[in-house]
Design a protein around this ligand. Structure first.
Ligand code: FES
Length: 186
């Protein structure tokens, strides 16, 4: 722990909560081939891979920071920026694409004032285009966190986002997933 303590102090001084990362480092200490598991664990703990964590992982593994950064940027699974409090995933799989997903995304982007992959300034939402969500029978589909919204039109999608935001702002539970004219998914 002594090697890491100075680094931990420095990171803490910068506002980075190093405790979850230190637990991970402890778990994998002495093992080989742990870079990917460490990055995965970091993302699970923080929601993304903070730069401070990459610095600490590089130090722990005795690797250049460029190596750690290179791996983190190579794999699409790693996010290097924080996510918003809620994640909106608009499906762009084939069934959703041909059913109007591009227009759904366009309208949600316009409403939120952000583009695909970005966070709203208040960090309420992150918007992501994703591949098949496994509910092709309800295409086009989007999810807000773990809630699925199907048979969307652009207006319905924006309405769902607005309803979700309103519920969040008053602390009310969000209504069950909107599955218009429900047809079970594929
Ligand atoms: S293509 Fe969108 S849910 Fe399958």
């Amino acid at each position: 722990m002594s090697v890491g303590q100075s680094a931990v102090s420095a990171l803490d001084a910068g506002g980075f909560d190093a405790a979850p990362l230190e637990e991970l480092l402890e778990k994998y200490r002495g093992q080989r081939g742990t870079l990917i598991p460490l990055l995965q664990g970091t993302q699970a703990a923080y929601g993304y891979v903070p730069r401070e964590a990459m610095v600490r992982v590089a130090e722990e593994l005795g690797e250049p920071l460029s190596q750690v950064f290179g791996v983190a940027t190579f794999y699409a699974q790693f996010r290097l920026v924080p996510r918003g409090k809620n994640v909106i995933r608009v499906c762009h799989g084939t069934a959703c694409h041909v059913s109007g997903a591009p227009l759904v995304s366009q309208e949600v982007e316009r409403n939120l004032g952000i583009r695909d992959g970005e966070n709203t300034p208040d960090m309420m939402f992150t918007l992501e285009s994703v591949a098949c969500l496994g509910a092709c029978g309800m295409a086009p589909v989007m999810m807000i966190n773990d809630r699925t919204y199907g048979k969307l039109t652009p207006d319905k999608a924006v309405g769902a986002v607005k309803e979700f935001r309103a519920a969040q702002e008053v602390g009310a539970p969000v209504a069950e997933a909107v599955v218009n004219d429900a047809e079970e998914g594929a």
